[in-house]
Design a protein around this ligand. Structure first.
Ligand code: FAD
Length: 316
């Protein structure tokens, strides 16, 4: 079933979460161990992130270096199939532009349709670590909107090669939104302009980047509605659980902590103290969002479900 169908059917705010494929060498059990504790909150869908290859330089003979591609977290499509099979819950694979040609994307989408996966979150992806700006793969997409075009075209039965006669796909397409602006955008208005383009070209709903200040989310929704973005907007939340999150999260995700939260975090000396505040903040944030009638609250577990379980236990 499609994410938007779940939203349309729901009488109350839905619960959903996102998992990361495990590091190479781990088994599917590590995924199940992260999902099992959250099943009591009846998620209608579970997202699975996609992680593109990284490059390292390895010494060949006589001091010559060769560039080698390594993949740390394999298996988004396989994990989605396993989740749907074991839990009978819809899986939402993340599909990114980076690292894929259009033909490879088309093949991935054909695989997803074959497996009965109705949903895709369409993203551009970040630049790889060795590059300062995002570089599209040869014959690949530069922006998420082009990936959305490709999926929307397949939904109309238009594949990239005319000689292939296949039935139209029927994917529900999600897109990313940024209540505190995407870091590359000149300003919020430009970012919203491109977000509207993604919706106009086929995105059925938006999931936001994580944020800690509900006021920024509410303003974002208001600004989206003002320019005619009328699809459901799902807030994305992540509990702060470690001392290192205090500097890592703002830097990596280009977000601010509200003053009230930062002043509490400044007093913390241990991970346990940070965790307590992170969970309390997550509960308050979730309660306020739920009271405001958001369609769903989406939690970023980042391979750790215990704090999300604590929050959900108070809210759902
Ligand atoms: P886009 O929508 O393409 O936007 C990128 C930038 O370009 C923005 O600044 C935008 O304003 C601008 N822009 C957009 N369209 C145009 C245009 N036509 N012309 C000029 N400028 C334009 N990354 C992963 O690698 N794997 C994941 O699984 C993953 N999951 C995510 C889930 C969510 C909910 C979110 C919010 C992000 C996720 N990301 C993931 C990170 C995401 O890939 C990065 O934030 C990336 O930098 C931007 O992706 P996007 O889809 O928002 O890009």
């Amino acid at each position: 079933m499609k994410v938007v169908e779940h939203i349309n059917e729901a009488k109350d705010t839905l619960f959903s979460f996102e998992i990361l494929p495990p590091l190479k060498g781990k088994s599917i059990e590590s995924i199940y161990n992260g999902i099992d504790p959250l099943m009591e909150f009846k998620p209608k869908f579970i997202n699975v992130t996609y992680h593109r290859e990284e490059y390292i330089y390895r010494e060949r003979d006589k001091g010559l270096l060769e560039k080698v591609s390594i993949r740390k977290r394999p298996g988004t499509v396989g994990i989605c199939a396993a989740i749907m099979n074991k839990y009978h819950v819809d899986a939402v694979p993340h599909l990114i532009c980076g690292g894929f040609s259009k033909d490879e994307t088309e093949n991935a989408l054909i695989d997803l349709q074959f497996l009965g996966i109705d949903n895709v979150l369409a993203l551009r992806g970040d630049p790889i670590k060795t590059e300062s700006t995002f570089k599209p793969t040869e014959n690949g997409h530069s922006y998420a909107v082009q990936l959305i075009d490709q999926i929307a075209n397949m939904n109309k039965g238009n594949y990239s090669h005319d000689e292939i006669q296949l039935a139209p796909t029927n994917f529900c397409i999600g897109a990313a939104g940024y209540p505190e602006k995407h870091f590359e955008s000149m300003n919020m208005a430009t970012d919203l302009h491109y977000l509207k383009q993604k919706v106009d070209r086929g995105a059925d709903y938006i999931v936001t980047q994580l944020f800690f200040d509900n006021k920024k989310f509410f303003k974002f929704v208001e600004d989206c509605r003002a320019i005619g973005i009328n699809v459901p907007i799902i807030p994305g939340l992540k509990p702060i659980t470690k001392m290192r999150h205090i500097s890592f999260l703002p830097k990596f995700f280009h977000i601010d902590f509200p003053d009230e939260l930062s002043s509490e975090l400044l007093k913390c000396k241990t991970d346990e103290e940070v965790r307590k505040i992170g969970v309390e903040w997550g509960i308050e944030q979730s309660k306020e969002l739920k009271a405001a009638g958001v369609p769903c609250i989406h939690y970023y577990t980042m391979s750790n479900s215990s704090e999300v379980k604590q929050i959900a236990g108070e809210v759902f």
